[in-house]
Design a protein around this ligand. Structure first.
Ligand code: SF4
Ligand code: SF4
Length: 336
């Protein structure tokens, strides 16, 4: 496993990191096994969030006795000082540790977020105080809107930036990543598989391992996935021309209008499972799984045609997807 400098922190993190979303879906015993395999495979960077239901707790439990072997990162959507201070305490308790290596402002995306976080009694004040108290070692920031983050990273000397990048999406490379590199920040890549859109996951991850990022954090929800990912980083080889062509073909089929399954559009007032629909529809469109997709779609209740077109979801989608239009397409292809 290759270990890289996490910006100017002095920490060395594995090029393959551990994304903590999928362990929400397994039980504690399985989570223990997954995390044990990751540590044995040389993965030392673990990223989770207050918002990932019990992910922090599961990680904390699974890492008992091996805290010193790993670098722990978490994040909170809190925007005010009080709420952030509260969340830091909860994270420390959940992760069963007395310090967190990297605490990140989670998904800073609007003018209002920026005003509140950096204003008086904003979340940043709580993070700085926690850092001074030794409860956290470094402060990072995450988000999906490059134009917002480009401005924001000048407001404080953040140790890291966490932003999406994958074979399909290089919007960070326009301005954000070059600026972050110039400032000596660590770059943590989220959505390395574009929300699971790539069929050749191995190629998509190897592509990123060959780029100038500190660590990539695919979500890992099984021992097999951890073993595969750790092996990719261990015997890392850059993609050859044939492999690049395979990814280019996949990228062409996906286009830009596809769901990354980040779930920021939820909740829908009609209780529609928006990313669920798009996942099934992706299988229908890309992989020719027609009958299977129709059958699965018909188990959804409510179905996509129950959308009342309020548009709330579209204001939340960081990829500006025309969700209402896409839902109509889903229903017209899969509805009976
Ligand atoms: S536009 Fe449709 S899918 Fe989106 S939040 Fe409103 S009802 Fe739900
Ligand atoms: S529709 Fe947009 S917000 Fe919702 S899961 Fe997909 S990418 Fe995320």
């Amino acid at each position: 496993m290759e270990y890289r400098d996490l910006g100017k922190t002095g920490l060395k993190v594995s090029a393959m990191g551990f994304g903590g979303i999928p362990i929400q879906k397994v039980n504690q015993e399985e989570a223990n096994e997954i995390v044990r395999t990751a540590v044995e495979g040389g993965i030392n960077f673990f990223d989770t969030a207050r918002g990932y239901t019990d992910s922090e707790e599961k990680l904390g439990h699974a890492l008992k006795g091996q805290r010193d072997k790993v670098i722990l990162a978490t994040k909170s959507m809190a925007r005010t000082k009080d709420k952030m201070a509260e969340d830091i305490e909860i994270s420390l308790k959940n992760l069963q540790t007395d310090y967190i290596d990297l605490y990140q402002l989670h998904n800073v995306k609007t003018e209002k977020d920026v005003e509140t976080v950096f204003g008086p009694n904003g979340a940043l004040e709580a993070l700085i105080e926690a850092k001074e108290a030794g409860k956290i070692r470094f402060i990072g920031i995450t988000g999906h809107k490059a134009e917002v983050l480009v401005e924001v990273i000048d407001k404080y000397d953040f140790a890291t930036i966490q932003f999406p990048a994958n074979f399909l999406e290089d919007m960070g490379e326009k301005e954000l990543f070059p600026k972050a590199r110039a400032k000596g920040m660590g770059i943590i890549v989220m959505k390395p598989l574009a929300g699971g859109a790539f069929q050749r996951k191995d190629l998509a991850l190897r592509f990123l391992l060959g780029e100038d990022y500190t660590t990539i954090i695919p979500g890992m929800g099984s021992v097999e996935e951890v073993q595969n990912n750790a092996a990719l980083a261990k015997d890392f080889q850059r993609l050859n021309n044939e492999e690049i062509k395979i990814l280019e073909k996949e990228a062409k089929e996906l286009g830009s209008e596809f769901c990354r399954r980040c779930e920021y559009c939820k909740p829908c007032p009609q209780d529609l499972d928006i990313p669920g629909f798009f996942l099934i529809h992706g299988y229908f469109k890309r992989y020719g799984l027609g009958d299977w997709a129709i059958e699965r779609y018909n188990t959804f209740n409510p179905s996509a045609d129950k959308c009342i077109e309020c548009g709330i979801c579209e204001t939340r989608c960081p990829y500006d997807l025309p969700i209402r239009k896409m839902l109509k397409e889903v229903h017209s292809n899969l509805g009976s």
